[in-house]
Write a protein that binds this ligand. Structure first.
Ligand code: KG4
Ligand code: ZN
Length: 344
């Protein structure tokens, strides 16, 4: 059995977790910084980095103590090394390097997106490669074919906003605060998804890429007419977004060849309406559907530790001078698309 300490600090969650190769999460802690960033309506990098620096060391101590594990018993220390806000990533990566050096344990520099991409396998032992992955978070919106650990082929990305970002911006328009996704989902339950006519950007186009900037602007215009309730706006926005995801995924699934499952991961995968729509799509195509439990969808350290567990059998470690990376695509061979690459 292998035992890996995972560290996550790429955005506004500080997290540490101990996970075994047998899929046991022995201990984990997550501290969200929502309150610190809420007054600004988004994550402020300097505030995030400082908060990570204050919280991480005691948190690592706490998970080791809770599990009764000493540093030298670890098979690896896995830390997010990018992509993300560079100050925060550096706090986590430098902490991991120091611990790895002190305890003479291998270091693994993990791609945060790989953490999301493999997270469904932590919760679902029956999920085997290859699978189609919809990775939807605050900074990323991609469709990938996952053929194995380290083997990712990107079929689609967003040419402007990520899906989580569209939820967050809609929440801001409706005065729901930050982070907006869960609040929009809650309000949408009380609204009519057909009440407001909204565009479905790129639906029908031959390539499976995403675009959400126009949808967000349409929500703003509809809001400004003062003709709709916020609940109807939230429900109609969510439905338009889901229609886009369904259409884009259909194109991508046709293009990527046979896979064992349709999988969703990343913060937006916590959304029940999104999960429901994807499950229906998977059933219609005779595909297995897999989604991690909501607490594994949003940023956490168990998924980073798990990515380390997945890598253990390969024997691949990283040197202690490896650099943090603000950008780090999962599929470096993927061609850039028009307008994309602005974020992550
Ligand atoms: O994966 P994550 O925690 O952080 C990033 O790596 O970006 O994703 C956060 C994003 C935010 O945009 C948040 O609004 C969205 O995921 N999100 C949701 C829900 N829960 C989180 N979006 C829609 N519905 C939800 N229930
Ligand atoms: Zn994330």
């Amino acid at each position: 059995m292998g035992l890996v300490l995972g560290i996550e600090s790429s955005c506004d969650e500080t997290a540490a977790a101990l996970v075994t190769t047998e899929r046991q999460v022995l201990a984990q802690r997550i501290a969200s910084q929502d309150e610190a960033h809420a007054p600004y309506g988004g994550v402020v990098p300097e505030i995030a980095a400082r908060a990570h620096a204050e919280r991480l060391a005691p948190m690592i101590d706490a998970v080791l103590k809770e599990a009764g594990v000493a540093l030298h018993e670890l098979n690896a220390i896995a830390a997010t090394a990018g992509p993300g806000l560079i100050g925060g990533v550096m706090v986590g990566l430098v902490s991991a390097k120091a611990l790895a050096m002190a305890a003479d344990v291998p270091l693994m520099a993990i791609n945060h997106l790989e953490g999301h991409a493999l997270s469904p396998r932590l919760a679902d032992p029956a999920l085997t490669f290859p699978y189609a992955l919809l990775l939807v978070s605050g900074g990323h919106c991609q469709i990938l074919r996952v053929d194995g650990v380290g083997e990712y082929r990107r079929f689609a990305t967003t040419i402007d906003d990520a899906l989580g970002e569209a939820f967050d911006k809609t929440a801001k328009i409706l005065g729901l605060g930050y982070p907006g996704g869960p609040a929009v989902e809650r309000l949408a339950l009380q609204g009519d998804p057909d009440a407001v006519r909204l565009p479905r950007p790129l639906v029908g186009s031959g390539e499976p890429h995403f675009s959400f900037a126009g949808l967000k602007s349409a929500v703003l215009r509809a809001y400004e007419t003062q003709q709709h309730s916020n609940a109807d706006l939230a429900a109609s926005f969510q439905q338009a977004a889901i229609d886009c995801v369904n259409d884009r995924l259909t194109i991508a699934l046709d293009a990527m060849g046979p896979v064992n499952a349709l999988v969703v991961a990343g913060g937006v995968a916590a959304n029940k309406a999104v999960r429901g729509a994807l499950e229906t799509l998977a059933r219609a195509r005779d595909l297995r559907f897999s989604a991690p439990p909501p607490e594994l969808c949003t940023d956490n350290a168990a998924m980073i530790a798990w990515a380390g567990c997945e890598r253990l059998p390969t024997g691949q470690n990283d040197p202690l001078d490896i650099a943090a990376r603000p950008r780090w695509p999962l599929d470096p061979t993927a061609e850039p698309v028009r307008g994309a690459g602005v974020k992550g």
